[in-house]
Design a protein around this ligand. Structure first.
Ligand SMILES: [Zn+2]
Length: 447
Protein backbone atom coordinates (compact mmCIF):
# COMPACT_ATOMS: atom_id res chain seq x y z
CA UNK A 1 0.00 0.00 0.00
CA UNK A 2 1.36 3.42 -0.80
CA UNK A 3 0.49 6.60 1.05
CA UNK A 4 -2.40 8.40 -0.50
CA UNK A 5 -3.50 11.89 0.31
CA UNK A 6 -6.55 10.33 1.89
CA UNK A 7 -4.43 8.02 4.02
CA UNK A 8 -2.50 11.07 5.17
CA UNK A 9 -5.78 12.53 6.29
CA UNK A 10 -5.09 15.75 4.42
CA UNK A 11 -7.90 17.28 2.43
CA UNK A 12 -5.67 17.99 -0.54
CA UNK A 13 -7.17 15.91 -3.32
CA UNK A 14 -8.07 18.10 -6.26
CA UNK A 15 -6.00 21.04 -5.08
CA UNK A 16 -3.33 22.12 -7.54
CA UNK A 17 0.15 21.38 -6.22
CA UNK A 18 1.00 25.04 -6.65
CA UNK A 19 -1.10 25.71 -3.59
CA UNK A 20 1.10 23.52 -1.39
CA UNK A 21 3.00 26.37 0.18
CA UNK A 22 4.95 26.17 3.40
CA UNK A 23 2.32 28.37 5.04
CA UNK A 24 -0.31 25.71 4.40
CA UNK A 25 1.97 22.96 5.64
CA UNK A 26 2.06 24.79 8.95
CA UNK A 27 -1.68 24.49 9.26
CA UNK A 28 -1.62 20.69 8.78
CA UNK A 29 -1.93 18.30 11.70
CA UNK A 30 1.24 16.56 12.96
CA UNK A 31 2.08 13.32 11.13
CA UNK A 32 3.56 10.22 12.72
CA UNK A 33 5.33 7.78 10.40
CA UNK A 34 5.47 4.49 12.26
CA UNK A 35 7.56 1.36 11.83
CA UNK A 36 9.91 2.31 9.00
CA UNK A 37 13.67 1.95 8.82
CA UNK A 38 15.29 5.36 8.45
CA UNK A 39 18.36 6.17 6.36
CA UNK A 40 19.39 9.39 8.08
CA UNK A 41 21.84 10.40 5.35
CA UNK A 42 24.70 8.31 6.76
CA UNK A 43 23.36 5.00 8.03
CA UNK A 44 20.19 2.96 8.43
CA UNK A 45 18.59 3.05 11.86
CA UNK A 46 15.33 1.84 13.34
CA UNK A 47 12.68 0.86 12.85
CA UNK A 48 11.66 4.06 14.56
CA UNK A 49 8.73 6.46 14.54
CA UNK A 50 9.20 9.84 12.88
CA UNK A 51 7.12 12.79 14.02
CA UNK A 52 6.53 15.59 11.49
CA UNK A 53 5.21 18.93 12.71
CA UNK A 54 4.74 22.00 10.52
CA UNK A 55 6.43 20.24 7.60
CA UNK A 56 9.61 19.56 9.57
CA UNK A 57 11.07 16.54 11.32
CA UNK A 58 10.15 17.26 14.92
CA UNK A 59 11.42 14.10 16.59
CA UNK A 60 12.74 10.61 15.89
CA UNK A 61 11.27 8.02 18.28
CA UNK A 62 9.27 10.79 20.02
CA UNK A 63 8.62 10.43 23.75
CA UNK A 64 5.05 11.69 23.33
CA UNK A 65 2.62 11.94 20.40
CA UNK A 66 0.59 15.13 19.98
CA UNK A 67 -3.20 14.83 20.06
CA UNK A 68 -4.73 14.62 16.61
CA UNK A 69 -1.56 13.37 14.91
CA UNK A 70 -2.17 11.47 11.69
CA UNK A 71 -0.59 8.03 12.07
CA UNK A 72 0.81 6.18 9.08
CA UNK A 73 1.84 2.55 9.28
CA UNK A 74 5.11 2.16 7.34
CA UNK A 75 6.18 -1.21 8.76
CA UNK A 76 8.60 -2.88 6.37
CA UNK A 77 9.32 0.38 4.53
CA UNK A 78 12.57 2.34 4.21
CA UNK A 79 12.57 6.14 4.40
CA UNK A 80 15.42 8.14 2.88
CA UNK A 81 15.86 11.92 2.57
CA UNK A 82 14.79 13.24 -0.83
CA UNK A 83 17.76 13.59 -3.17
CA UNK A 84 19.35 16.77 -4.54
CA UNK A 85 20.81 16.95 -8.05
CA UNK A 86 23.72 19.34 -8.25
CA UNK A 87 24.05 19.00 -12.03
CA UNK A 88 20.99 18.74 -14.26
CA UNK A 89 19.26 20.94 -16.82
CA UNK A 90 15.63 22.04 -16.62
CA UNK A 91 13.47 23.01 -19.58
CA UNK A 92 16.09 22.41 -22.28
CA UNK A 93 14.71 19.18 -23.77
CA UNK A 94 11.28 18.08 -24.91
CA UNK A 95 10.43 14.83 -26.69
CA UNK A 96 13.43 14.08 -28.90
CA UNK A 97 14.43 17.75 -29.25
CA UNK A 98 16.68 20.11 -27.36
CA UNK A 99 17.18 23.83 -27.41
CA UNK A 100 15.75 27.27 -27.19
CA UNK A 101 12.10 26.60 -28.15
CA UNK A 102 11.72 24.19 -25.22
CA UNK A 103 12.31 26.81 -22.54
CA UNK A 104 8.69 27.32 -21.54
CA UNK A 105 7.10 27.50 -18.10
CA UNK A 106 4.94 24.47 -18.80
CA UNK A 107 7.91 22.33 -19.82
CA UNK A 108 10.06 23.42 -16.86
CA UNK A 109 7.25 22.70 -14.37
CA UNK A 110 6.56 19.27 -15.91
CA UNK A 111 10.25 18.43 -15.53
CA UNK A 112 10.42 19.67 -11.93
CA UNK A 113 7.41 17.47 -11.14
CA UNK A 114 9.09 14.51 -12.79
CA UNK A 115 12.27 14.98 -10.75
CA UNK A 116 10.16 15.12 -7.61
CA UNK A 117 8.23 11.95 -8.53
CA UNK A 118 11.59 10.18 -8.87
CA UNK A 119 12.64 11.28 -5.39
CA UNK A 120 14.79 14.28 -6.37
CA UNK A 121 13.39 17.29 -4.61
CA UNK A 122 15.97 19.96 -5.45
CA UNK A 123 17.55 20.45 -8.88
CA UNK A 124 20.44 22.66 -9.87
CA UNK A 125 19.97 23.63 -13.52
CA UNK A 126 23.62 24.14 -14.35
CA UNK A 127 23.67 26.49 -17.32
CA UNK A 128 21.94 26.77 -20.74
CA UNK A 129 19.03 28.48 -18.97
CA UNK A 130 16.91 31.01 -20.88
CA UNK A 131 15.82 34.33 -19.27
CA UNK A 132 12.59 32.66 -18.04
CA UNK A 133 14.75 30.67 -15.58
CA UNK A 134 15.26 33.67 -13.29
CA UNK A 135 11.51 34.19 -12.92
CA UNK A 136 10.90 30.48 -12.22
CA UNK A 137 13.79 30.33 -9.75
CA UNK A 138 12.35 33.24 -7.77
CA UNK A 139 8.90 31.58 -7.66
CA UNK A 140 10.40 28.24 -6.63
CA UNK A 141 12.34 29.82 -3.74
CA UNK A 142 9.16 31.21 -2.27
CA UNK A 143 7.20 27.98 -2.70
CA UNK A 144 5.05 29.26 -5.56
CA UNK A 145 6.25 26.75 -8.18
CA UNK A 146 5.23 23.07 -8.02
CA UNK A 147 7.71 20.22 -8.19
CA UNK A 148 11.33 20.04 -7.09
CA UNK A 149 13.04 23.20 -5.85
CA UNK A 150 14.71 24.94 -8.81
CA UNK A 151 18.21 26.33 -8.38
CA UNK A 152 20.71 27.12 -11.06
CA UNK A 153 23.40 29.00 -12.84
CA UNK A 154 21.47 31.13 -15.31
CA UNK A 155 22.80 31.00 -18.88
CA UNK A 156 26.41 30.27 -17.99
CA UNK A 157 29.65 31.55 -19.50
CA UNK A 158 31.24 29.91 -22.53
CA UNK A 159 33.75 30.70 -25.26
CA UNK A 160 33.20 32.75 -28.43
CA UNK A 161 32.93 30.17 -31.26
CA UNK A 162 33.50 27.41 -28.70
CA UNK A 163 31.75 25.54 -25.93
CA UNK A 164 28.86 25.15 -25.54
CA UNK A 165 28.31 24.82 -29.32
CA UNK A 166 25.41 27.00 -30.49
CA UNK A 167 24.28 24.76 -33.33
CA UNK A 168 24.67 21.35 -31.68
CA UNK A 169 22.88 22.55 -28.54
CA UNK A 170 20.36 24.58 -30.57
CA UNK A 171 20.98 27.66 -28.43
CA UNK A 172 19.81 31.20 -29.08
CA UNK A 173 22.82 33.29 -30.16
CA UNK A 174 22.88 35.18 -26.88
CA UNK A 175 21.68 32.34 -24.61
CA UNK A 176 25.17 31.79 -23.17
CA UNK A 177 27.48 34.74 -22.42
CA UNK A 178 30.83 34.52 -24.21
CA UNK A 179 33.39 37.03 -22.95
CA UNK A 180 36.53 37.76 -25.01
CA UNK A 181 38.62 39.30 -22.22
CA UNK A 182 38.79 39.83 -18.47
CA UNK A 183 36.60 42.93 -18.45
CA UNK A 184 33.90 41.18 -20.52
CA UNK A 185 34.16 38.31 -18.06
CA UNK A 186 33.57 40.65 -15.13
CA UNK A 187 30.50 42.07 -16.91
CA UNK A 188 29.19 38.55 -17.66
CA UNK A 189 29.37 37.63 -13.97
CA UNK A 190 27.65 40.89 -13.00
CA UNK A 191 24.82 40.13 -15.46
CA UNK A 192 24.31 36.73 -13.86
CA UNK A 193 24.37 38.15 -10.33
CA UNK A 194 21.88 40.90 -11.23
CA UNK A 195 19.40 38.44 -12.75
CA UNK A 196 19.66 36.09 -9.75
CA UNK A 197 21.63 32.82 -9.77
CA UNK A 198 22.90 30.32 -7.22
CA UNK A 199 26.31 29.90 -8.81
CA UNK A 200 28.23 30.59 -12.03
CA UNK A 201 28.76 27.93 -14.69
CA UNK A 202 31.67 28.03 -17.12
CA UNK A 203 32.58 25.81 -20.06
CA UNK A 204 36.33 25.37 -19.73
CA UNK A 205 36.83 22.71 -22.38
CA UNK A 206 37.79 23.06 -26.03
CA UNK A 207 35.24 20.61 -27.49
CA UNK A 208 37.75 17.80 -27.90
CA UNK A 209 40.42 20.20 -29.24
CA UNK A 210 38.13 21.45 -32.02
CA UNK A 211 37.62 24.90 -30.49
CA UNK A 212 39.54 27.39 -28.35
CA UNK A 213 39.72 26.42 -24.69
CA UNK A 214 39.07 28.94 -21.92
CA UNK A 215 42.40 30.36 -20.69
CA UNK A 216 43.49 30.39 -17.07
CA UNK A 217 43.47 34.17 -17.21
CA UNK A 218 39.81 34.28 -18.23
CA UNK A 219 38.82 31.63 -15.68
CA UNK A 220 40.62 33.57 -12.93
CA UNK A 221 38.83 36.78 -13.91
CA UNK A 222 35.45 35.02 -13.74
CA UNK A 223 36.31 33.44 -10.38
CA UNK A 224 37.44 36.78 -8.90
CA UNK A 225 34.26 38.52 -10.04
CA UNK A 226 32.06 35.65 -8.82
CA UNK A 227 33.72 35.39 -5.42
CA UNK A 228 33.38 39.16 -4.98
CA UNK A 229 29.62 38.55 -5.26
CA UNK A 230 29.64 35.49 -3.02
CA UNK A 231 28.98 33.16 -5.94
CA UNK A 232 30.90 29.95 -6.57
CA UNK A 233 32.04 28.79 -10.00
CA UNK A 234 31.40 25.34 -11.49
CA UNK A 235 33.43 24.24 -14.52
CA UNK A 236 32.37 21.93 -17.34
CA UNK A 237 35.44 19.81 -18.20
CA UNK A 238 36.31 16.48 -19.80
CA UNK A 239 40.10 16.16 -19.49
CA UNK A 240 42.41 16.20 -16.51
CA UNK A 241 44.34 19.11 -18.06
CA UNK A 242 41.16 21.25 -18.13
CA UNK A 243 40.28 20.24 -14.60
CA UNK A 244 43.78 21.12 -13.39
CA UNK A 245 43.68 24.54 -15.08
CA UNK A 246 40.23 25.16 -13.57
CA UNK A 247 41.27 24.21 -10.04
CA UNK A 248 44.50 26.22 -10.32
CA UNK A 249 42.44 29.21 -11.49
CA UNK A 250 40.22 29.03 -8.43
CA UNK A 251 37.13 27.18 -9.68
CA UNK A 252 35.08 25.79 -6.76
CA UNK A 253 33.33 22.84 -8.43
CA UNK A 254 34.45 20.43 -11.16
CA UNK A 255 31.06 19.75 -12.72
CA UNK A 256 31.85 16.55 -14.66
CA UNK A 257 34.09 13.57 -14.02
CA UNK A 258 37.62 13.53 -15.42
CA UNK A 259 37.44 11.03 -18.24
CA UNK A 260 40.64 11.03 -20.29
CA UNK A 261 43.03 9.58 -17.71
CA UNK A 262 43.50 8.65 -14.08
CA UNK A 263 43.95 11.62 -11.75
CA UNK A 264 47.46 11.95 -10.32
CA UNK A 265 48.36 12.44 -6.68
CA UNK A 266 49.45 16.07 -7.19
CA UNK A 267 46.05 16.92 -8.63
CA UNK A 268 44.24 15.16 -5.78
CA UNK A 269 46.38 17.06 -3.27
CA UNK A 270 45.56 20.38 -4.99
CA UNK A 271 41.81 19.67 -4.89
CA UNK A 272 42.04 18.72 -1.23
CA UNK A 273 44.07 21.79 -0.33
CA UNK A 274 41.65 24.11 -2.15
CA UNK A 275 38.51 22.33 -1.02
CA UNK A 276 37.28 21.86 -4.60
CA UNK A 277 34.05 19.87 -5.06
CA UNK A 278 33.60 17.17 -7.69
CA UNK A 279 30.44 16.03 -9.51
CA UNK A 280 31.20 12.87 -11.53
CA UNK A 281 28.07 12.67 -13.80
CA UNK A 282 29.02 9.11 -14.81
CA UNK A 283 25.71 8.55 -16.60
CA UNK A 284 26.37 11.33 -19.14
CA UNK A 285 28.54 8.99 -21.25
CA UNK A 286 26.57 5.83 -20.51
CA UNK A 287 23.44 7.57 -21.82
CA UNK A 288 24.96 7.44 -25.32
CA UNK A 289 24.96 3.62 -25.46
CA UNK A 290 22.88 2.06 -22.65
CA UNK A 291 19.64 2.25 -24.64
CA UNK A 292 21.29 0.70 -27.69
CA UNK A 293 22.69 -2.04 -25.43
CA UNK A 294 19.38 -2.61 -23.67
CA UNK A 295 16.42 -1.64 -25.89
CA UNK A 296 14.27 -3.86 -23.62
CA UNK A 297 14.44 -1.00 -21.11
CA UNK A 298 11.53 0.51 -23.03
CA UNK A 299 9.41 -2.30 -21.51
CA UNK A 300 10.62 -1.57 -17.97
CA UNK A 301 7.89 0.28 -16.02
CA UNK A 302 10.37 2.43 -14.08
CA UNK A 303 12.12 3.58 -17.25
CA UNK A 304 8.82 4.05 -19.06
CA UNK A 305 7.73 6.49 -16.40
CA UNK A 306 10.71 8.69 -17.26
CA UNK A 307 11.01 8.38 -21.05
CA UNK A 308 8.73 10.05 -23.62
CA UNK A 309 7.13 8.48 -26.74
CA UNK A 310 9.49 10.20 -29.19
CA UNK A 311 12.58 8.81 -27.46
CA UNK A 312 10.96 5.40 -27.06
CA UNK A 313 10.48 5.28 -30.84
CA UNK A 314 14.11 6.28 -31.34
CA UNK A 315 15.38 3.56 -29.02
CA UNK A 316 13.27 0.96 -30.80
CA UNK A 317 14.81 1.93 -34.15
CA UNK A 318 17.50 -0.66 -35.01
CA UNK A 319 19.36 1.71 -37.34
CA UNK A 320 19.61 4.34 -34.62
CA UNK A 321 20.87 1.73 -32.15
CA UNK A 322 23.51 0.46 -34.59
CA UNK A 323 24.82 4.02 -35.02
CA UNK A 324 25.04 4.55 -31.26
CA UNK A 325 26.91 1.26 -30.78
CA UNK A 326 29.38 2.11 -33.52
CA UNK A 327 30.39 5.23 -31.62
CA UNK A 328 30.21 3.66 -28.16
CA UNK A 329 33.79 2.51 -27.50
CA UNK A 330 35.21 5.87 -26.31
CA UNK A 331 32.07 6.43 -24.19
CA UNK A 332 32.50 3.09 -22.46
CA UNK A 333 36.13 3.94 -21.78
CA UNK A 334 35.06 7.33 -20.40
CA UNK A 335 32.65 5.64 -17.98
CA UNK A 336 35.36 3.30 -16.70
CA UNK A 337 37.85 6.15 -16.22
CA UNK A 338 35.19 8.31 -14.58
CA UNK A 339 34.37 5.49 -12.14
CA UNK A 340 38.03 4.87 -11.27
CA UNK A 341 38.57 8.59 -10.64
CA UNK A 342 35.44 8.86 -8.50
CA UNK A 343 36.68 6.03 -6.28
CA UNK A 344 40.15 7.56 -5.98
CA UNK A 345 38.87 11.07 -5.20
CA UNK A 346 36.24 9.81 -2.76
CA UNK A 347 38.82 7.70 -0.91
CA UNK A 348 41.06 10.77 -0.74
CA UNK A 349 38.30 12.71 1.03
CA UNK A 350 37.48 15.10 -1.84
CA UNK A 351 33.89 16.39 -1.39
CA UNK A 352 31.65 14.73 -3.96
CA UNK A 353 28.18 15.90 -5.06
CA UNK A 354 25.49 14.16 -7.08
CA UNK A 355 24.58 14.93 -10.67
CA UNK A 356 24.03 13.37 -14.07
CA UNK A 357 23.62 16.19 -16.59
CA UNK A 358 20.07 14.87 -17.04
CA UNK A 359 18.02 17.13 -19.27
CA UNK A 360 21.13 18.34 -21.13
CA UNK A 361 20.07 16.20 -24.11
CA UNK A 362 17.02 13.94 -24.62
CA UNK A 363 19.17 10.82 -24.00
CA UNK A 364 20.01 12.06 -20.51
CA UNK A 365 16.67 10.99 -19.10
CA UNK A 366 15.55 13.00 -16.07
CA UNK A 367 14.65 10.82 -13.11
CA UNK A 368 15.96 7.58 -14.60
CA UNK A 369 19.49 9.02 -15.00
CA UNK A 370 19.70 9.77 -11.26
CA UNK A 371 18.83 6.23 -10.20
CA UNK A 372 21.29 4.85 -12.77
CA UNK A 373 23.95 7.23 -11.43
CA UNK A 374 23.56 5.74 -7.95
CA UNK A 375 24.14 2.28 -9.43
CA UNK A 376 27.17 3.48 -11.39
CA UNK A 377 28.64 5.00 -8.21
CA UNK A 378 28.22 1.69 -6.39
CA UNK A 379 29.72 -0.13 -9.37
CA UNK A 380 32.69 2.27 -9.02
CA UNK A 381 33.32 0.89 -5.54
CA UNK A 382 31.34 3.17 -3.24
CA UNK A 383 28.97 1.56 -0.77
CA UNK A 384 25.25 2.20 -1.27
CA UNK A 385 25.32 4.30 1.93
CA UNK A 386 28.16 6.43 0.52
CA UNK A 387 26.34 6.92 -2.79
CA UNK A 388 23.15 7.94 -0.99
CA UNK A 389 25.08 10.21 1.38
CA UNK A 390 26.42 12.04 -1.69
CA UNK A 391 22.95 12.24 -3.29
CA UNK A 392 21.36 13.62 -0.12
CA UNK A 393 23.44 15.46 2.50
CA UNK A 394 26.51 16.28 0.44
CA UNK A 395 24.70 17.65 -2.61
CA UNK A 396 22.38 19.69 -0.42
CA UNK A 397 25.41 21.05 1.43
CA UNK A 398 27.12 22.06 -1.81
CA UNK A 399 24.06 24.08 -2.79
CA UNK A 400 23.72 25.67 0.65
CA UNK A 401 20.48 23.77 1.33
CA UNK A 402 21.24 23.12 4.97
CA UNK A 403 17.62 22.39 5.89
CA UNK A 404 17.38 19.13 3.93
CA UNK A 405 19.20 15.99 2.84
CA UNK A 406 19.14 14.27 6.23
CA UNK A 407 16.64 12.75 8.61
CA UNK A 408 17.39 14.82 11.68
CA UNK A 409 15.34 16.94 14.04
CA UNK A 410 14.63 20.34 12.50
CA UNK A 411 15.17 19.27 8.89
CA UNK A 412 12.43 19.68 6.29
CA UNK A 413 10.35 16.54 5.92
CA UNK A 414 11.36 16.04 2.28
CA UNK A 415 11.34 12.27 2.26
CA UNK A 416 11.10 9.26 -0.04
CA UNK A 417 9.38 6.09 1.18
CA UNK A 418 10.86 2.95 -0.41
CA UNK A 419 9.57 -0.61 -0.53
CA UNK A 420 13.06 -2.18 -0.34
CA UNK A 421 16.30 -1.55 1.52
CA UNK A 422 18.62 0.56 -0.67
CA UNK A 423 21.66 -0.42 1.41
CA UNK A 424 21.11 -4.08 0.53
CA UNK A 425 20.68 -3.29 -3.15
CA UNK A 426 21.01 0.25 -4.48
CA UNK A 427 18.40 -0.59 -7.14
CA UNK A 428 15.86 -0.49 -4.34
CA UNK A 429 15.87 3.32 -4.65
CA UNK A 430 13.53 2.57 -7.57
CA UNK A 431 10.93 1.03 -5.26
CA UNK A 432 9.37 4.43 -4.56
CA UNK A 433 6.08 4.23 -2.67
CA UNK A 434 5.68 7.90 -1.85
CA UNK A 435 7.50 11.23 -2.03
CA UNK A 436 6.89 13.85 0.65
CA UNK A 437 7.68 17.54 0.50
CA UNK A 438 7.29 19.55 3.68
CA UNK A 439 5.65 16.49 5.21
CA UNK A 440 2.96 16.30 2.53
CA UNK A 441 2.72 13.59 -0.09
CA UNK A 442 3.40 15.03 -3.54
CA UNK A 443 3.90 11.79 -5.52
CA UNK A 444 3.06 8.11 -5.20
CA UNK A 445 4.55 4.92 -6.63
CA UNK A 446 6.31 5.17 -9.98
CA UNK A 447 6.03 1.55 -11.01
ZN1 LIG B 1 25.50 20.16 -17.85
Amino acid sequence: MHLTRRSLGLALAGLPLASLRPAQAQASPPILLEGAWLFDGQAMTGPAALLIVDGRIHAIAPASIPDGAQRLDLAGRYVIPAMTSAHSHVGHTSGASLGRENHTRENAVAQLRRYQAFGINAVNSLGLNAPLFHELRAESRTGRLPGALLLGAGPGIGMPDGAPPVRVMNLADDQVLRPRNASDAEAAVATHADRGVDLIKIWADGLNNSAPQMTGELISAIVRAAHARNLRVAAHIFDLSQARLSVESGVDIIAHGIRDREVDDAFVAMMRQRGTWYIPTIQIDEAEYIYADQPELTEDPFFRAAINPEMTARIKDATWRAGQLERAAPRRAAVRTNQANLKKLHDAGIPIAFGTDSGGTPLRVQGFAEHRELELMVEAGLTPAQALNIATIRSSELLGLNDRGAIREGMRADLVVLGGNPLENIRNTRSIRSVMQNGQEVAGPIA
